[in-house]
Write a protein that binds this ligand. Sequence first.
Ligand SMILES: [Zn+2]
Length: 338
Amino acid sequence: MPFEGVLGQSRPRNILKNALLNNKVAHAYLFFGETSVGRKPMALELAKTLNCTASIQGDNCGICLSCNKIDSGIHPDIYILEPETSTSSTRLGTIKIEALRELQKKLAYLPYEGKCKVAIIDSAETMNSQASNSFLKILEEPPPNTLFILIASNPHQLLPTLVSRCQAIRFMPLSPSDTRRILIRNRDKGEFEANDDEIEIRAMRAGGRIDQAMDPSLLEICERREELIELIAGAHLSRMDVFIRWSKSVAKQSVDVQALLSEMARLLRDITLLRSCGRSATITNADLRPQLISLAEKKKLNSLVKMFKATLVAQKDLDANYNAQLSLENLWIEFCAA
Ligand SMILES: [Zn+2]
């Protein structure tokens, strides 16, 4: 899968291809941006191109032995460090100094069979301070024929001295159309099952992240939108009892309240856009457009903005471990007074 196989991310791809064509590949890169938007696949394409035995025009062939080995994760000159307890959905572990020491030993040798050794540090922000300092020493005296690629969500969580030694390349969230293309490709490969309508909804609502787009719970929350729209429509001080009952029942269910509030914020954002920019505004919940337009026409713009802000406050409260039922009740008071 040459560079074009990493769908979306044309800017990072062009920067890297230009560097390859002009023989100006940096010795260390920092790929930063949200998770699951193509940072690691791009790092692997760069590693493949540097080691490809039939590279063409700053790209790899995707079929030679070296490309195949990197695709299969068995190339002896490609090292990938990840947090110890990482899984595809959680990255809660840390990268420890022992892993860095091990890497340093391996990098001391010449490439076994490739042209260039590549060390990819995934979730680099999970390096603890000892590991970060150890890595900084490696970067200060880099071994020859070695490329380092750090992958991080937030570069501010890395040592500034590390960041300053890397060429930073930002990866933006994927557009809905790129998300759709990736979901269709994953479906064609048998990695994912969904009909076209479902793919459309997922692409629009994933926030540009493939892990979110493929999350089974994404559609569960989606099915509760009608219920949330009713609450927005019925917000009035004379109907507080309805909201209190709803808060109590939600607090008792095993529902992800934070996800419900994110959904509420998305709906309010859409309604506000329809109210201020007109019926054809670009919205996330395009499948509910007629309902949302009708609601937008009944609500005042400043009430919608107040409700949106109150939802964001409730989300922050929940992040700070406030009681879910109390946070929701506070939210409804704001809604009804808006
Ligand atoms: Zn190749």
